[in-house]
Design a protein around this ligand. Structure first.
Ligand SMILES: NC(=O)C1=CN([C@@H]2O[C@H](COP(=O)(O)OP(=O)(O)OC[C@H]3O[C@@H](n4cnc5c(N)ncnc54)[C@H](OP(=O)(O)O)[C@@H]3O)[C@@H](O)[C@H]2O)[C@H](O)CC1
Ligand SMILES: [K+]
Length: 217
């Protein structure tokens, strides 16, 4: 099995989008469908699903996941985490679509109501310690031991090293795309990621790609 760092995954993402020409929104849709596959295959309590979406492409995955769940009739709440004005274009495109679906973003969600939390706040683009407010929210969520499915990486875990950036949301399951991330197998990331499911979403690896981690059997 090949493990990758965040930078290597970014290179693969960019190659697939820029060189191969695969639209980013297609990858985001396939990522969302991959998470629904895992939800469908699991024994999760789906009575009230809370999706936490951030301002990067991880958040775009989360908004797409909320849309797919809503379209299937699930009781799903979507809470945006961060300043939506600073969100990436892919997130704005997904938010515009869910408005047409009639799914209204929740301003403030009560974690206690949720039976399942989908963590789509930060993924491989995490590049700094988490803001204080988010650290507090994560510690509170960990304290009530809600079932969490992490999208690509548990928020707060550095995908390359497994270190915690201030706080990290403990996941029951992590659905990661393309390749398993080194940070999900070591340090705190190795403990907080729960069961890691690697899903193919159509990412192509550059032919001249070199990996910093030797492939494991
Ligand atoms: N790229 C693709 O084709 C696909 C990506 N997938 C998903 O995308 C994420 C990676 O997306 P990216 O936008 O690079 O990163 P994140 O979503 O993790 O978010 C990073 C953004 O958040 C800001 N940021 C980072 N760290 C912090 C922090 N500690 N505090 C506050 N804000 C932070 C950062 O902003 P900067 O201005 O600092 O750069 C980013 O905007 C990947 O994990 C997948 O889930 C698709 O699934 C497949 C296609
Ligand atoms: K995440």
């Amino acid at each position: 099995m090949q493990l990758v760092t965040a930078a290597e995954m970014q290179k693969i993402d960019n190659y697939t989008v820029e060189t191969i020409g695969m639209p980013q929104d297609v990858l985001i849709e396939r990522a969302a469908m991959a998470v629904l596959d895992v939800i469908g295959a699991g024994h999760f309590n789906l009575d009230h699903i809370l999706v936490l979406a951030g301002l990067g492409n991880n958040g775009a995955d989360g908004v797409a996941i909320a849309r797919l769940l809503y379209a299937q009739g699930f009781n799903v709440s979507l809470q945006f985490v961060g300043n939506v004005a600073r969100a990436k274009d892919a997130v704005h495109r997904q938010l515009a679509i869910i408005e047409k679906y009639g799914l209204v973003r929740a301003e403030k969600s009560d974690f206690n109501q949720a039976t399942l939390i989908i963590d789509a706040i930060f993924g491989t683009g995490l590049n700094n310690i988490l803001p204080e407010g988010l650290q507090k929210m994560i510690k509170a969520a960990n304290h009530i031991e809600k079932t969490v499915i992490a999208v690509d990486t548990p928020t707060g875990i550095d995908a390359s090293t497994g270190e915690v950036r201030g706080a990290a949301l403990k996941a029951h399951t992590t659905v990661t795309f393309g390749y398993n991330k080194l940070g999900l197998t070591q340090k705190v990331g190795g403990h907080l990621s729960g069961q890691v499911v690697v899903k193919d979403i159509g990412l192509l690896t550059p032919p001249d790609m070199t990996f910093s981690v030797p492939e494991r059997p």
